[in-house]
Design a protein around this ligand. Sequence first.
Ligand SMILES: Nc1ncnc2c1ncn2[C@@H]1O[C@H](COP(=O)(O)OP(=O)(O)OP(=O)(O)O)[C@@H](O)[C@H]1O
Ligand SMILES: [Mg+2]
Length: 234
Amino acid sequence: MIHLRDVARVYSAGETAVHALAGVSLDIDRGEFVAIMGQSGSGKSTLMNIIGLLDRPTAGEYRLGERDVSRLPEDARARLRGRGFGFVFQSYNLLPRMTALEQVELPLIYQGAPDRRRRAAEALVRVGLADRIRHVPTELSGGEQQRVALARSLVVNPLVLLADEPTGALDTATGEELMRLLTALVDEQGLTVVLVTHEAEVATHARRTVRMRDGRIIEDTGARAGARAGGTAS
Ligand SMILES: Nc1ncnc2c1ncn2[C@@H]1O[C@H](COP(=O)(O)OP(=O)(O)OP(=O)(O)O)[C@@H](O)[C@H]1O
Ligand SMILES: [Mg+2]
């Protein structure tokens, strides 16, 4: 589903150029659960931003399904991004005065979707928060807040969930709980998850681990046949 070929991303910072991605080729199938690991500055977030259509490669090719999305203009990218991708970050980015239910309804309001209340409530049930839907963020634990953020990104039924350090602000046990939840979503609902983490323990929940260094993929373990980094073009 996701096909990257020789993708580069160069940032110009004053006089110097930063090669955040220096030729990344990666294929991710529907229903995969992939962890991306690597030192700070190795290009993980840059890669996630490109996959999630928040950013464009400087060079190389990105195909999403059958479609070449490497050089789409911003409005077309925004449309595809809204339908195709859910994002979860280390910070939950919840709005302070809104209940869990209202936060999860927001993306549906932007889409003008029908049945918003019911769908938002269902998404909260999926993440195990049926009994917290009227709570505002200050009345929720960190793990619960992260699950509200997860429900908010899942409510639009994205093809791919992109999670950049989602357990970064959680204690170990709460992080484990979140990872079990993601595993269940992959196994039971066929969600595709790409997750960035520093913690080896967290990465063990993923089926496949991609390791980056200096803007390159240096290792890819557990990939399905035909879907591995640097594999032959398909
Ligand atoms: N907007 C930008 N302008 C210039 N350089 C940038 C920009 N964003 C990132 N970089 C540089 O690109 C490189 C890769 O950054 P990236 O954020 O992808 O790393 P990362 O692997 O996500 O690191 P971390 O684990 O710390 O989040 C870094 O050297 C960083 O300084
Ligand atoms: Mg990062």
